[in-house]
Structure formats: structure tokens, C-alpha cells
Design a protein around this ligand. Sequence first.
Ligand code: ZN
Length: 499
Amino acid sequence: MEQPLLIYNTLSRQKELFRPLVPGRVGMYVCGPTVYGDAHLGHARPAITFDLLFRYLQHIGYKVRYVRNITDVGHLEHDADEGEDKIAKKARLEQLEPMEVAQYYTNRFHDAMKALNCLPPSIEPHATGHIMEQQELVRQIMDNGYAYESNGSIYFDVEKYNKDHRYGILSGRDLENVKDASRELAGVGEKHNQADFALWKAAQPEHIMRWRSEWSDGFPGWHCECTAMGRKYLGNHFDIHGGGMDLIFPHHECEIAQAVASQGDQMVHYWMHNNMITIDGKKMGKSYNNFITLPQFFDGSHPLLQQAYSPMTIRFFILQAHYRSTVDFGNEALQAAEKGLAKLMEGYKNLKRMQDGQKVKGQQPIEMAFVDDLRQKLYDAMNDDLNSPIAISHLFEVCRVANTLVDKKASITAEVAQALLSLFCTFTFDILGLMEETGNSNKAREEAFGAVVDMLLQQRQQAKAEKNWALSDKIRDDLANLGFEVKDTKDGFSWSLNK
Ligand code: ZN
């Protein structure tokens, strides 16, 4: 089914009609996580944004090859102040193999992605598994004269490149303000110019993660892996490259320079970037102590969280904003999302009741034209640069209609009910990727659990009032066997669980 999908291209700074390089097929690369710690909210947004794109492209009939890498070398660029690889540092502190650290956090990242119902990518290449491809990229750039060697390290010659091409086309920066903004300390004294970036770094003697090369024992610069692995799995030219807006500069800017310097032209057709997430209006960062990881969201264990938030609440919250707008995560906003999602799922239950043959006769019949109109609106929203908030507002319209049906204020034929339910399911579950959560949130579970104990103890009160001591004692003893301590108080009872 052909859909006129418009997507915003960061490179052209406008929405463009999506046309794949090969009809019917899409190649898509998204920058994945660096695995030396738990995924946080900043990882959830690109994961969910590009999962939405992946799902929608497949839904409208494309065969998609979705590549998302695992950065298992903790590059110096992230932590220039200390000059030690982050994965190696964690390994040293915890007395583990570096690959043990990377594997541990890769597994946890996968768990979080599964909980958020993000489909796995088609290929998930690891940076450390593609050292040869990265060395080959560096060699090509050297051969074309856009890189130089300095003390065994190889740097990209940004000044030279900028004379022949333009450096900064993606971020809109020019070389002069790049030089001023560059505060990277690594390689000072080795680089010809401040704006130059490392393609290969010679390793210090204490550096654990290192590979042999013709230049030195060392490791690749951070930007190399995505260019090398994107090319390997998607070819010299592919359709979509995505990531968070924070990656536009320097990472993606450097990727473009590496591609042009090595093969003569750009690799990527559409650059897509999701906006960032703030927490209570502040940037996420160590200095604010607001780095909330996904497992902390799911169990509510971070001090900034008033409760646990289920993975689907997080997903729904992210989808409620357009991917290019900012999102501020606060408890109130999350609680509102939790309610919104519950409302949507309630609407789904009502719709299913309609389908199950519960005939409701009323005054205003809901016609097939209503469903067709709604379908068009839903596709229009998604085709307009994945406007998920508008799509969600139309799904709420379905819920509203479902309520009027339940309240017997309208009627519907079985055929229309079936069409409405099917449309709702396609967009809610297949495209937006929401799921029904059977377990509810931990908080809801705890509340229900407490209510059941209260209920039992109220029955015991009743038994006591009726002088049914046998029953009253049995309830107390059974609870005690389960680890509950029950106390009789002036007003009735209190209990605690001693386990
Ligand atoms: Zn990348």
C-alpha cells in the first residue's frame, strides 16, 4: 500500500517526500547505546522514535533492514577529562573482562528494549567486531589525503576537507566556530588543528582495549564505527540515518566528512533526529543527579520518582509528543500519561465488547464512512513526519465513540464494529507498538495486595463482633504463617509484613 510519507530531513532542513533508493526496500541505520552503564531515558526516546518508523515503514509495505550498533568501546570523546576508556575503567574497578562489562549492559539494554516493546533491529553490529572495517575506512581517508599521522594516531584533516567540501553542512556550523567550540583535550599537541578529530588513537601502555594496526597498537575513533558498519551492512548509499539531536555535532557531522573523504560522496539520503528529554526542565546530567535509568523508572527506585512507571507508560508518554519536540519528564506528566494510556486501553475493552456481538440499538448509527474518515486521518498523521500525538488524539476519538456505544447512545452494526476495532488495533498495537499490560504497575499491585489483607482483617473484625473466635483466630494464625504481624488497636487493627 503506497503512502505519501513526509519525513523531516535534518540535512535539507525541510520535510521531504520519502523515496527509497531501491523501490520497496529501506536501509536504515540508527546509532545505538554505549554499553558501560544502564540505558536511561535518553536512550528510550531514539529507540522508541525509530521503532515507530521501523514499524510504520513495514506496515506500509517496505522491506526494511534496520541496523543499530552497540558501541562496546567506551570512547575517549565521551570522557576526555580522564583519558581512560569507560568500559576498561569499569572493568578495572569491578575486576571484570571489558567484554563482560559490555555484555552485561548489552543484555540489560535488550531487556529494557523488550519491556518498551521496541522490535529488535535486523542487524546489531558491535564496534569491536568491526575493527578491520574501521581500519579500512581510515586507510581510504589517508589515501585520499584527508588524514595525517601523528605519534601513531591518525587525525582527520578538517581544514583540508573544508577547502574541497564543506565541513558543517548537517549542523550548520562553519569551521571557525567549530574551532572555538572544540574543547576536546585528547590529542592536544598531536593535532594540526583544534577541529581535527581522531580516526585512530595510539593506545597508552595501560590501555586494555587495543588492536594492532599499521600505524600503532590502538583503537578506532568513535565516529568511525557508524560509517564503517553502515557501509558494510547497507552499502555506500542508504536511505535513513537516525539518532538523537545531540549526535548531530560532532558525531554525524564527522560521519558525513568520513564518508565523503573516503568514497567521494555522501552515504545517507535522509538524516533524522529526535529531540532531547529534560527532567523537570533541566538537562539530564550527572551534575543534576537526575540521570534516571530505565530499570529505575520501572521499579520507581530513583529518589526523583514518586512511583514506578510501567514501560508502556514511558512509551506512551514519549509517543504523546512529536519526536522533534522537546519532552520534559516530571512525575505529574508521567501520571497523566499513565491515566491517558489506561483510558486508551479502556476504550479497547469497550470496542471488543461491541465486537463480541453485544448489539446496542440507539438513535445515531455509526456508519462505515466514519471508520473510513478516521482511517484517512490516522494515515495523514503518520505520513506527516510521524505525527504520533495527532494519531493518538484520533484513537481517543475512537474511545469516545466506544463509550457512547457502551452507554447505548449510539448503535453500530457488527461489520462496522469489526472495522473500527481492527483499525484501532492496527494503529495502537502494530504501529504505535503499545501493549496491554497485565501486571499493572508495581504501585497498583501493592495497593491491591494491601486491600486484600485489609479485607481479610475486616472479616476477622466481623467474626470477633459475632464472637466467632474460631474464625477470628484462624484468620490471624493463617496470616501469621504467611509472615504478617497483626495487632489489635483501639480503632480496629494494624498489620505489617515481616519478611
Ligand atoms: Zn553513530
